[in-house]
Design a protein around this ligand. Structure first.
Ligand code: SF4
Ligand code: SF4
Ligand code: SF4
Length: 288
């Protein structure tokens, strides 16, 4: 039997791509939250959008305070080099809900995975911390984060990355994060991660007419230590949270890397995977 060029490419591509995937399947284990994990639970149905949390966050973290100048209130529309958390309003065809954004303290964080020199780390409680003395400003963390969280201080001569560290300086003193401490509605609460999971599920079960049955963060992106409850009939994606698989980004990317480099199959696996993509693309383009 002879193989024409297209069949040859198909065979090589498919065989070696399967080799890569098969090798990879066992290469990277799913990461669980640490035993002493802490977290935060945000309940959009309780939030009234007062933005006290934004203000308290800035004060507690030495950031320029929210202020009113010339009648114009400083209300950024996204986190930035001066803002570690924001409150947004979903206002869409009668659907109204508040959403708080800050670092999600992912259980298996992409930012930590890509930070070459360990400026971003998870501590014993699972809080993702930032060491400004190690950071070289490459901004890989910005590109990798599925929640678009790390921000660069573009207006600084010595720019750093700015992101929520769950007020770890307060937590270390036995206090709550500033946003949780000040919230008049307890819309954002801090505590043991497993207790927060149980509390969120309890609310969903006891008030099904109030809540979206999906709890965001229990599995999305490999799980996050900041959990979100949304109002019934409003999806987390409507609130601006990404639609993520249960597999974390590092789980996927490190699995592929391990698969490609394991056992000297690198060139074959890599070119085969590329070949498989080529074939798929040609098929999608109509060529058979
Ligand atoms: S302080 Fe509480 S109620 Fe006010 S905006 Fe923040 S989370 Fe919502
Ligand atoms: S939300 Fe982004 S910055 Fe925060 S831990 Fe996850 S990947 Fe890192
Ligand atoms: S935990 Fe601290 S740093 Fe993070 S959003 Fe709340 S107040 Fe800001």
């Amino acid at each position: 039997m002879t193989l024409d060029r297209r069949s040859f490419l198909k065979t090589i591509g498919t065989t070696a791509a399967l080799t890569a995937v098969g090798t990879a399947a066992s290469a990277r284990e799913h990461v669980e939250a640490p035993a002493d994990a802490v977290g935060m639970l945000y309940d959009s149905t309780l939030c009234v959008g007062c933005r006290a949390c934004m203000s308290a966050c800035r004060t507690a973290n030495g950031l320029e305070p929210l202020k009113e100048e010339g009648g114009i209130y400083d209300a950024p529309i996204d986190n930035n080099g001066h803002t570690k958390t924001i409150i947004r309003l979903l206002d869409d065809n009668g659907a109204n809900a508040w959403i708080k954004n800050q670092c999600m303290h992912c259980i298996d964080p992409a930012c930590v995975s890509v930070c070459m020199i360990g400026a971003l780390k998870k501590d014993d409680h699972g809080i993702v911390t930032y060491d400004k003395d190690r950071c070289i400003g490459c901004r890989y963390c910005q590109l990798a984060c599925p929640f678009n969280v790390p921000k660069f201080e573009w207006d600084s001569a010595t720019p750093l990355i700015v992101k929520c560290e769950m007020c770890n300086h307060l937590v270390a003193d036995g206090k709550q994060p500033a946003c949780c401490d000040i919230c008049p509605r307890e819309a954002i609460i801090f505590g043991d991660y497993n207790d927060l999971l149980a509390e969120a599920n309890r609310r969903i079960e006891t008030e099904p007419d109030r809540y979206n049955p999906e709890l965001f963060g229990d599995s999305e992106g490999g799980g996050t230590q900041v959990l979100y409850l949304a109002p019934k009939n409003i999806s987390h994606q409507d609130l601006g949270l990404p639609d993520l698989d249960d597999q974390s980004i590092p789980e996927l990317s490190e699995t592929i890397q391990h698969g490609i480099y394991k056992g000297f199959v690198a060139p074959v696996a890599l070119y085969a995977a590329l070949g498989a993509v080529m074939i798929r693309n040609r098929r999608q383009g109509g060529e058979r």
